[in-house]
Design a protein around this ligand. Structure first.
Ligand SMILES: [Zn+2]
Length: 147
């Protein structure tokens, strides 16, 4: 246990990036704001990362937190970027308002990412069973290419 300055115990629960609604509106594009902060969903097949398979890292478009590595991305044919796992500790989940889906959020800023679906029995391009599918809006993500 470190007690040095910069230790942030509140990171466990409260978002570490905590902006007002107005501040988010200024920081984000209209589409990013609508999805990240108002939990909207982009039309399937329209997102810029749906068919994007370059090596790199996907960050939160709201706060820059690293969320997904390209190695976990697969083509789910569902119309949204799909990942089989998130980077450790970067994504939190809770029951959606609709009562049955599980919403996924950026742990650092509480930005809405999409939903996670479990046990669908789908396989990745190598034939490996995918335990869970993170179905994420492209607008919630910012890709950073591997150097
Ligand atoms: Zn974030």
């Amino acid at each position: 246990m470190s007690t040095s300055a910069g230790n942030k115990p509140e990171e466990q629960n409260a978002p570490s990036v905590n902006l007002s609604d107005d501040e988010w509106k200024k920081k984000l594009t209209d589409e990013e704001y609508r999805i990240l902060r108002k939990k909207d969903t982009e039309y399937p097949g329209t997102g810029k990362y749906d068919k994007h398979f370059e090596p790199g890292t996907y960050e939160c478009a709201g706060c820059g937190q690293n969320l997904y590595d390209s190695s976990s991305k697969f083509d789910s044919h569902c119309g949204w970027p799909a990942f089989s796992s998130s980077l450790a500790g970067s994504v939190k989940r809770h029951k959606d308002e609709d009562g049955y889906r599980i919403e996924i959020l950026c742990r650092a800023c509480d930005g809405h990412l999409g939903h996670v679906f479990e046990g669908e029995g789908i396989r990745d391009s190598n034939g490996k069973i995918i335990e869970e599918r993170h179905c994420v809006n492209s607008a919630s993500l910012k890709f950073s290419k591997k150097n």
